[in-house]
Design a protein. Structure first.
Length: 162
């Protein structure tokens, strides 16, 4: 299954930053906050989250207020959104990456989240799991899936009409 290229993600962040900050985009916030325990798959994740957060960590500096073992609380140095950046250890050196972002002084700009937030990249368990084929299929099919081009358009959209 195709995933966005590093150049795609760079261009997406160029777009976000040209519009102020990624924190202003509800679809970005919803994508990086996704916790798959909502579909009974707490050890699973989707590669989209790691891909977006790697760019977020690199390009959106946080003013750190509190550093805990697997969590940094702070605010965005660009827009002052409150950010809880976490990486739950799951297995050996594998982590479930997340960010909970509460908007700051810049009003929301990106399109609203309408319906279930779609996925693009692989959905996978962060730890070795024993699941039946049917259960694996249920988890992999839990969310609508978009091809990279459509997913990029979804997360970048400025209006819900897009
Ligand atoms: Zn921000």
């Amino acid at each position: 299954m195709d995933t966005p290229t590093p150049e795609d993600i760079r261009a997406l962040f160029d777009h976000y930053l040209a519009q102020g900050c990624p924190c202003r985009f509800p679809r970005f916030r919803a994508t990086v906050a996704r916790d798959m325990k909502e579909v009974g798959a707490s050890l699973w994740t989707v590669s989209d989250i790691g891909q977006l957060l790697a760019a977020f960590d690199e390009r959106v500096p946080l003013v750190v207020e509190k550093r805990e073992d697997f969590m940094t609380r702070g605010h965005c140095s660009i827009c002052s959104a409150r950010v809880i950046r976490s990486w739950a250890p799951v297995f050996r050196d594998s982590f479930l990456e997340r960010a909970e972002i509460s908007p700051g002084h810049l009003p929301d700009l990106g399109a609203e989240v309408l319906g279930v937030v779609p996925v693009c990249g692989p959905i996978f368990p962060a730890a070795p799991v024993n699941v039946t084929k049917a259960e694996r299929a249920r988890i992999e099919d839990a969310y609508p899936r978009l091809a990279p081009r459509d997913w990029l358009a979804y997360v970048a959209a400025l209006t819900s009409a897009a």
